[in-house]
Design a protein. Structure first.
Lengths: 991, 467
């Protein structure tokens, strides 16, 4: 704007200062009506396409975003405005044909020309101005307002103040039965039992209500109820979504983490930090790793991932940016993907800075140790292993490790270890003649083919085998004396060991865990002979003319019974005659220390004491030995736990059985994309957040920007910061929504200009400050503050006097009548039929049967589910949620489309919903189960009926109902009556 | 923005938004009065030329150069390379030009050129408005199907049918307003007919089993007589409950919804039951021949639904007498065998549908749309196949306010690029909405801080094809 002002200063002097004698078109009378009619639609007070508007003099003349003046005084010919309206470039003719605006006639264009050439004269009074943009309410500094009145609960002060402004009275408090039903619904999502209702009604303590609130907040059921609210908000489901909507078998630990965190009442700032970067903030608490499931919660487009990488990167990060900004700071940041946000002060750069926060991670299964000690120990041994691999003397020569090395050597008993295999058969492909030598070795003779495969079978007296050793020997007649037939060298491509158990038709392949050798050719190490790739091999160049050996350790000890035979296949497929000249196979049943081959250079000096060695010899020895020690120790660790998250290294579920490891060595560069077009990268953008929060730096100052976790941590700190005014407003408004059916601002994930207008902004601010400073981010305290208010405890009955003034109850003159949502309908029904299973945690329960689909996405049949199955009656939060294939019953009850963020639930009514509730197997099953329960509890129909209404409605039937229901049950059966009750409004609505 | 301090009088849209989802006050009125609510929006926009849509979807991508877009140079230069560079956007590299193995002839007074594979549709030439210059943006089934149905290639967005239902309501509350008939589930599944962020009541109802069309219409335990008795009991309970709760539209709407559900239980089976159709009608749709029976049944059901005021019916061709597939028209190979099979399965039923609608006076206000997610390359994949081709392909519409016998737009001499009057998918959507009386720029829904449209920020109505 400043630039434009400067550019037009000169022009303005002409316009306002000079009056010509000639009568020229009058702005107000002649020009303005044309502009209003034909231009304002796109370039006026409402819209300013290309930043240009004709209702403000400065901009009319100075031009819009292009910075190019639109009107040049006295020079209509060269004024862009005239060029546009006269259609010099037909493509750019204004108004465009497709707009409904009336084009300018020739006369009108002439009039505009004359007006410009004659000045133009644009009176000050009509100069217009750009409306001063006040900070939006949600961005104003967060200051605790004075609480109106003297109510004991400040919430009531704010509500009553607004009500009295409209001469509205609040509604009276609801009765105790209503209150207990309401509290149970809001706080734990289950119905109170008739006994619990009775106890509450007869509790004469003045703190009865508060006690009940405390009791419910302390219940583990609370976390189960509230977890789903958060999971909706952040779009969590158990499958990918999109075209290849496949299962994420390890998504559930995040769900359990959320439940647990809520039950523990984790402070909000801590909850933020854990979900975004627990690995950075709390490395010593690996049990919190499932928190990172947050980062993986949004959909994953496997198809785009496979076919177009860069587009995928930007789109997938977009999902994380959108999710994070919506969930934590209620900002629609993704609007700034293509251009500066049109309504909120979010420039495009901010959006891409947020993308850069997530540019070092990718979604997939993240392996972790849930037990801190296991993690510490495993980390320790991994450090040792990598030090050994890197021959890092500083680490390896620490006394602790030197001791290890000594110990290892003292336990080693190589010579007693090995027994030759009792060879029974030996043969080769490709015409090689194998012969047995007197010393038991097998020699390769005859023509030398390019490649060959030897197969040897044999037995052993050993009862248990743990390793096999391949010895290769020198032979005088071979070139360079062997042991290989190519200039002394050979290449062992693969070794395969199988066992034929006595009486079994097919052999079992033995898994080889480790291969070691006394010598390894550079890039042709012995591990390549067990890597499953026949293109790689073990070789010994240049150490030819010497015997060598390699040891192959089994993954598990192999029990050998009489009659069991081993078969060993030696593939030597490199070509050019790289085949073994003479060899012998030995077996061993000793432990791992003894059955590794150490490099000759180390073996030669084993008799020399450690202290006598040179520094580099010490490192060599320690490295060689500690590699095995750490390797063996690591092998003993329990398997990793796994959570579907996003991290720098993950195993990506892609529909195949084999793991698919994806690792990002460092964060990918993120460019701002012109117009959001991924083919048009502009400048590189560094990690950061929203510049609109002026109290905090918008770009992160990272000491190690390559450390991707530090980027996420910086964003978490930015969000959780006490001065981030959006964070605190966002969460208190979100929590409010679930207690009153609507937020004080009714767009909980958008507190921006396109969001709703808050009914009580002061109350939001008061709650935000109180929650942050007094409650220290305790959600349970916030719940208690809200539900102990008189506002919350009001009756939900409508009142005609109030309806006239505030029909929609924005001012909260009554409480909302809640309809059971999808989960509570499920859980209530299981509870009152007596089947609710309160088992917590673990993999999700699949309420469907699965069949193969046309592509990776399977077909699901929800109708075929057996409601007697294990876990069928667990709480709905433990349901396996298939993102793209909704449960038909829950969908009609407005379970959201989790292809999208779902900050609030709809509450629809439709005939399809009625049909579903009426005829769905779930309802029929539980109607029968409820009838069974009632019959079991009493054989008296009247008692059964009374019990039924107590369970479902928390009240006794009235006399008329009792009669009607008795008649009804006698005619149609008790299950039919239960089905009617399960469909009743009194059951589905919570007053 | 805040519906309680409206800048403008409340529209049906605002009202729905106010009540967040489904039936609020106006929604309830809508439920009770059917069309009354729908007209609220129509009057706000345009004069509707069509009241309902039947979208015949040939999933997989039907070959335009073999069916509707004959190219003489493609024939004469068959086997030679395409004389210009193919666009960078491609999947597998295709080879040289492949002339159509089939002959074209002119039909009707309009002389519209149609392949010999479609003898029955050819007899309807003068009712067809053929668009030979369709353009889409995505070369894969998933993205292209999503775009054809929702306007967007990857994210979850409301489908065309759900926008129509949202904007216009349903004419018949005893049936779902948006029905999808598909014997095999299309590969992309529910997102093709989902309501996304629109209220859930606007989503399409998928019917996979043509013999048992709507879920939950009945159940295993209770006879319909018992059902009525139960509903009466439920009504009594609910009315007593409502009487003690003051005015609450949701309670009343729910009471009413059960009555509607009950009526749907009786009306829906009737709507889908084609047993009562005359021999002549059944034969018109090819129900007497196993080759045409399945798609014939789908088309006949579509007509019955159109008659009963269903706003949008989508008919996916996903099963023939020989096979079931979510992408029947995806001839990467087997073009010479599979394309004739597909045509044989659909040609007569489609012609039957057009003729039947016309005979019943329904074609005037029923917009029939034929097409797939894209066309196929004029060049060969292998020696008997064609690749995906979104750069220029053919769709046609009939009835509902379009010009019959018209051929609009053209591809280049080889059938590759749409060169004359290109019609993008967004333009098609804008035009469909326009024909239904909706200004595509005005039908919006606010979600996540933005007003969304079916056409996003694109789309021009193709006025030239409107009668």
């Amino acid at each position: 704007m400043d630039r434009i002002r400067i550019a037009t200063v000169v022009a303005l002097q002409f316009i306002t200062g000079i009056i010509f004698a000639e009568p020229s078109p009058d702005f107000e009378r002649d020009v303005l009506p044309i502009l209003e009619r034909s231009c304002f639609q796109c370039h006026g007070p409402e819209k300013q396409k290309s930043g240009y508007r004709l209702d403000v003099r400065d901009i009319s003349i100075g031009g819009g975003d292009s910075g190019y003046p639109a009107i040049i005084p006295h020079d209509a010919q060269n004024s862009a405005l005239i060029e546009f309206v006269s259609g010099v470039d037909p493509e750019m003719k204004m108004p465009p044909e497709k707009s409904k605006a009336q084009p300018l006639s020739e006369d009108e264009i002439t009039l505009l020309r004359d007006w410009i050439n004659a000045g133009p004269i644009w009176p000050d009074a009509l100069a217009g101005k750009v409306e001063e943009v006040l900070p939006h309410w949600s961005l104003e500094p967060l200051v605790s307002p004075v609480v109106p009145g003297n109510e004991s609960n400040p919430i009531d002060g704010f509500i009553l103040e607004k009500l009295s402004e409209k001469n509205l009275a609040p509604s009276p408090a609801a009765g105790r039965v209503t209150l207990i039903r309401r509290l149970y619904y809001n706080l734990i999502g289950l119905p109170p039992s008739p006994e619990e209702v009775e106890a509450f009604i007869s509790d004469s303590s003045p703190t009865a209500y508060e006690d009940l609130v405390d009791h419910l907040l302390a219940s583990p059921r609370y976390g189960e109820r509230w977890a789903r609210h958060w999971l909706d908000t952040i779009q969590f489901a158990d499958t990918h979504g999109y075209e290849h909507d496949i299962a994420r078998e390890n998504a559930w630990p995040y769900r359990d983490y959320v439940i647990q965190s809520l039950n523990e009442d984790k402070p909000w700032a801590r909850f933020i930090r854990e979900q975004l970067a627990t690995d950075y903030f709390y490395p010593d608490e690996p049990q919190l790793t499932p928190a990172l499931g947050y980062l993986g919660a949004t959909p994953f487009d496997l198809s785009t991932y496979i076919t177009s990488g860069v587009t995928f990167d930007y789109l997938d990060r977009d999902s994380m940016v959108t999710q994070t900004m919506a969930a934590f700071v209620s900002t629609t940041a993704s609007c700034a993907r293509c251009h500066d946000h049109k309504f909120d002060p979010v420039p495009q750069q901010d959006y891409y800075a947020l993308q850069a926060v997530f540019s070092g991670i990718i979604k997939g299964d993240l392996a972790y140790d849930a037990d801190p000690k296991t993690k510490r120990d495993r980390d320790h041994w991994r450090t040792v292993l990598s030090a050994a691999q890197a021959k890092d003397g500083e680490t390896l020569l620490q006394s602790e490790h030197v001791e290890r090395v000594k110990e290892w050597l003292s336990e080693r008993k190589v010579e007693k270890t090995w027994t030759p295999l009792n060879v029974e058969t030996f043969q080769s492909t490709d015409g090689v003649m194998l012969t047995r030598r007197p010393n038991g070795a097998i020699q390769s003779g005859g023509p030398r083919p390019d490649k060959a495969t030897y197969t040897i079978t044999g037995t052993t007296e050993l009862k248990e085998l743990t390793a096999i050793r391949l010895n290769v020997f020198t032979v005088d007649k071979l070139p360079k004396k062997g042991p290989g037939r190519h200039e002394g060298n050979f290449h062992l491509s693969e070794i395969t060991v199988r066992v034929f158990k006595q009486g079994e038709l097919n052999p079992t392949q033995i898994k080889l865990r480790r291969a070691t050798a006394d010598f390894n050719q550079t890039d042709w190490g012995v591990e390549k002979s067990i890597d499953g790739n026949t293109g790689t091999a073990w070789g010994i160049h240049p150490a030819v003319g010497l015997p060598h050996h390699a040891v192959f350790g089994f993954d598990e000890a192999l029990v050998m019974n009489p009659g069991d035979r081993l078969s060993i296949v030696l593939d030597q497929l490199h070509g050019t005659g790289h085949i073994i000249g003479e060899f012998r196979l030995d077996v061993s049943g000793e432990g791992t220390e003894s059955t590794v081959a150490l490099p000759t250079s180390i073996v030669e000096k084993l008799s020399i004491a450690f202290t006598e060695l040179t520094e580099s010899e010490r490192v060599e020895r320690a490295a060689a030995i500690l590699r095995f020690v750490s390797d063996d120790t690591l092998a003993e660790f329990p398997e990793y736990s796994s959570v579907y998250a996003a991290a720098s290294s993950v195993d990506m579920p892609d529909g195949a059985d084999a793991p698919k490891w994806v690792t990002l060595a460092k964060p990918k560069p993120v460019h701002r994309m012109e117009r959001g077009n991924f083919d048009s990268p502009a400048e590189l953008v560094e990690p950061g957040a929203l510049s609109v929060i002026t109290a905090l730096p918008a770009r992160f100052e990272l000491t190690a920007p390559e450390d991707e976790a530090s980027r996420r941590a910086a964003l978490a700190d930015w969000i959780a910061h006490r001065d981030n005014v959006l964070t605190w407003r966002s969460i208190v408004n979100r929590v409010w929504q679930y207690h009153f059916g609507r937020g004080l601002c009714d767009t909980p994930s958008d507190l921006g200009r396109m969001g709703g207008t808050p009914s009580h902004p002061e109350l939001i601010d008061w709650l935000a400050v109180w929650f942050r400073d007094e409650a220290n981010g305790s959600l349970k305290d916030l719940h208690k503050m809200i539900v102990t208010s008189q506002t919350y405890q009001q009756s939900s009955m409508t009142r005609e006097d109030a309806v006239e003034i505030d029909e929609d109850n924005r001012l909260l003159w009554r409480q909302l009548r809640h309809r059971l949502d999808a989960e509570t309908f499920h859980d209530y029904t299981k509870a009152i039929s007596g089947n609710l299973d309160l088992t917590m945690g673990g993999p999700g329960v699949q309420h469907f049967t699965q069949g193969p689909g046309p592509q990776l996405t399977p077909t699901l049949d929800y109708d075929a589910y057996d409601w007697d199955a294990d876990g069928a009656n667990r709480r709905s939060i433990y349901r396996f949620v298939w993102r793209g294939i909704a449960d038909p019953l829950l969908e009609t009850l407005d379970f959201p489309d989790l292809g999208l963020l779902s900050p609030k639930r709809g509450f629809s009514v439709s005939s399809l919903q009625a049909l579903a509730l009426y005829n769905n197997e779930f309802v029929l099953y539980h109607a029968q189960a409820m009838a069974d329960r009632l019959t079991e509890e009493s054989s008296d129909l009247d008692i059964q009926i009374a019990r039924a209404t107590q369970l479902a409605w928390n009240r006794e039937p009235n006399a008329e109902e009792q009669t009607e229901f008795r008649t009804y049950a006698n005619t149609h059966g008790l299950a039919a009556l239960c089905r009617v009750i399960l469909n009743s409004n009194e059951y589905l609505f919570v007053d | 923005m805040n519906p309680f301090h409206p800048q403008n009088p409340m529209t049906r849209r605002d009202a729905l938004r106010t009540f967040a989802n489904g039936f609020g006050m106006l929604g309830l009125a809508g439920m009770l009065n059917g069309e009354a609510a729908a007209s609220t929006l129509s009057t706000g926009h345009l004069f509707p030329r069509a009241k309902r849509v039947i979208f015949l979807f040939m999933a997989g991508g039907p070959s335009h150069v073999d069916l509707f877009d004959p190219k003489s140079r493609l024939q004469t230069e068959s086997g030679k390379p395409l004389p210009f560079a193919m666009p960078a956007l491609h999947r597998t590299k295709t080879g040289n030009l492949l002339g159509s193995p089939w002959k074209f002839a002119r039909h009707g007074e309009s002389g519209m050129e149609i392949s010999e594979l479609l003898p029955h549709i050819s007899t309807c030439a003068d009712d067809l408005c053929m668009i030979r210059s369709m353009v889409a943006d995505n070369i894969n089934h998933n993205g292209a199907c999503l775009q054809m149905n929702t306007g967007e290639q990857s994210f979850s967005r409301p489908s065309l049918g759900s926008w129509l239902l949202y904007g216009l309501g349903s004419e018949n509350q005893n049936l779902p307003g948006f029905v999808v008939l598909s014997p095999a589930q299309p590969a992309q599944g529910a997102p093709l007919w989902g309501s996304s962020f629109l209220p859930a009541s606007n989503q399409g109802t998928l019917l996979v089993d043509l013999n048992n069309p709507i879920a939950n219409l009945g159940n295993s335990q209770f006879s319909s007589k018992t059902q009525r008795a139960q509903l009466d009991a439920l009504k009594m309970i609910n009315e007593q409950h409502a009487a003690t709760r003051g005015a609450d539209n949701r309670l009343n709407a729910r009471i009413e919804s059960f009555e509607l559900a009950y009526r749907m239980q009786t009306e829906a089976p009737e709507a889908f039951d084609i047993k009562g159709e005359s021999e002549a009608t059944r034969n018109l749709y090819g129900l007497d021949d196993p080759v045409t029976e399945i798609f014939g049944k789908q088309c006949l059901m579509a007509r019955r639904l159109a008659e009963r005021g269903v706003r949008c019916t989508q008919v996916y061709h996903t099963q023939t007498s020989k096979r079931k597939s979510c992408q029947l028209w995806d001839q990467h190979g087997g073009l010479r065998q599979e394309l004739p099979n597909n045509c044989a399965a659909t040609d007569k039923p489609i012609a039957g549908l057009l003729k039947d609608l016309k005979a019943r006076g329904l074609l005037d206000d029923t917009l029939v749309i034929w097409g797939g997610e894209f066309g196929r390359t004029p060049t060969a994949e292998g020696d008997n196949g064609r690749e995906h081709h979104p750069f220029g392909f053919t769709m046609w519409m009939a009835g509902g306010g379009v010009k019959g016998g018209m051929t609009y737009g053209a591809t280049d001499e080889y059938g590759w690029h749409a060169t004359e009057n290109p019609v993008h998918v967004h333009d098609l959507h804008a035009t469909i909405l326009h024909l239904m009386g909706i200004d595509h720029e005005q039908l919006t829904y606010r979600y996540s801080g933005r007003d969304y449209r079916l056409t996003d920020v694109y789309g021009n109505v193709v006025h030239d094809i409107i009668a």
